[in-house]
Design a protein around this ligand. Sequence first.
Ligand SMILES: NC(=O)C1=CN([C@@H]2O[C@H](COP(=O)(O)OP(=O)(O)OC[C@H]3O[C@@H](n4cnc5c(N)ncnc54)[C@H](O)[C@@H]3O)[C@@H](O)[C@H]2O)C=CC1
Ligand SMILES: O=C(O)[C@H]1O[C@H](OP(=O)(O)OP(=O)(O)OC[C@H]2O[C@@H](n3ccc(=O)[nH]c3=O)[C@H](O)[C@@H]2O)[C@H](O)[C@@H](O)[C@@H]1O
Length: 451
Amino acid sequence: MRISVIGCGYLGAVHAATLASMGHDVVGIDTDESKVRLLSRGVAPFYEPGLEELLAHTTAQGTLRFSRDFSETSGADVHFLCVGTPQSKTGDGADLGYLLAATQELRRHARAGSLVVGKSTVPVGTVDVLGDLLAERGDLLLAWNPEFLRQGTAVKDSLVPDRLVYGAEGPQEKRAVEMLDAVYAPLLGAGVPRIVCNFATAELIKSAANAYLATKLSFINAMGELCDAAGADVVALSEAMGLDPRIGARYLHAGLGFGGGCLPKDIRSLRTQAGSLGVTALEDWMGSVDTINREQRARSVSLAADLLGGSVAGRQVTVLGAAFKPDTDDIRDSPAMDVAMRLVEAGAHVTVTDPKAINNAWLRFPQMRFETKPLAALDGAELVVLATEWDEFCRLDPAVAGKLVRRRLLLDTRNALDADSWAAEGWTVAGLGVPGRRPRARAAAGQPTSV
Ligand SMILES: NC(=O)C1=CN([C@@H]2O[C@H](COP(=O)(O)OP(=O)(O)OC[C@H]3O[C@@H](n4cnc5c(N)ncnc54)[C@H](O)[C@@H]3O)[C@@H](O)[C@H]2O)C=CC1
Ligand SMILES: O=C(O)[C@H]1O[C@H](OP(=O)(O)OP(=O)(O)OC[C@H]2O[C@@H](n3ccc(=O)[nH]c3=O)[C@H](O)[C@@H]2O)[C@H](O)[C@@H](O)[C@@H]1O
């Protein structure tokens, strides 16, 4: 099929490339000139494992191209809207400005009978607003097809998704479903489940999925706080809970909490939606999930101060990680950068290292020093904070690291390192929800371990 993908960021570029790899003829449209230039050369404008290979292949064989010119959408049978829906600058709700602008532009160029499909994450009721916009044409179809891919595994998640959701309704429903089935024929043929529902349900399925993941994360982090107070160990607790198949081990990894361009803004948007529809229980719930998550960042910084004898002021602190999670260069609402910034504000001299996200971080955070190599970043550190659990950091040799730092103090905010092997090399290791590993503040500060 001939397909246009509007908005070629973390979602749209992957969607365009995977559709082209399935044999469709795809044009990606974006307003960002530099992004279009890179993508047109088969180069990924951000780090996403497997994307560059897919882009290089599909652009070279001519099934994928990119443009800033919306008139290029006129040849397509199906248009996917993949533009951003960030948190509004003035509140907790979603900013739909990009989506409305893209839809208006598409309305001018889409050919009669083509299907407009939303993939961006939106508040419930948005599809009706877009439907009204498109109704002025009267000859376009509309459907909603929310996306569940994760950054870092986006290519695999797109090629082997857990499910496909189609929001379709009214007289256009049958035709819209047929067209989406044709787009996703290889996936449906491989047995991927497909759920067809009305617009509001499709919108809410997406919001509910992210809210549930966030809930699970804040639940285990709240339990971690209780573990700290009670002398229990959240790592063992979550392992035991996760072995119950009704609960499951995923999204039960306690630590610094969630960030990124989606979960935080999506729970705030859902909170706002629940509030405006009078569903106060959900509104309060989402508020608590958000508060618990934010507090993990503050708790990490206060633990860092404890480890350094009460204050980080004037101390050299190395933060391992800038990205909001491993395997991405994305620093949107990154817990790692939030912690690094709070440490700077508390007077620490902070060095940050990350395998992929330094380019994104250094322009936005001139207050800190950046190093591309972790060993260089460790040089002279009085405290090391693991904030993003990249494999490269988890494989660090504690003996080698110990020779570089001034003091062997490690705060593993992701509970990701093998604390015993670090302790065996003379490191004092602390984490969130693992009070057994948490030293008394004064004792830790009183034992400099420089070599
Ligand atoms: N990043 C992810 O893993 C996922 C994102 N989503 C949702 O997908 C949407 C997009 O998210 P991301 O790709 O992360 O955002 P992004 O910010 O990386 O990409 C958005 C792109 O849209 C472009 N754009 C903005 N206005 C435009 C317009 N009028 N016409 C054409 N292009 C325009 C921007 O230049 C940018 O390249 C959001 O609603 C998000 O919640 C859903 C699932 C996964
Ligand atoms: O709507 C979206 O954009 C996407 O949001 C999330 O995907 P993503 O933001 O890429 O990242 P996740 O892998 O879900 O991680 C989110 C955050 O939770 C944290 N996390 C995750 C798992 C865990 O056990 N513990 C934990 O702290 C991660 O470090 C990260 O900061 C969802 O997982 C996707 O299904 C969804 O499509």
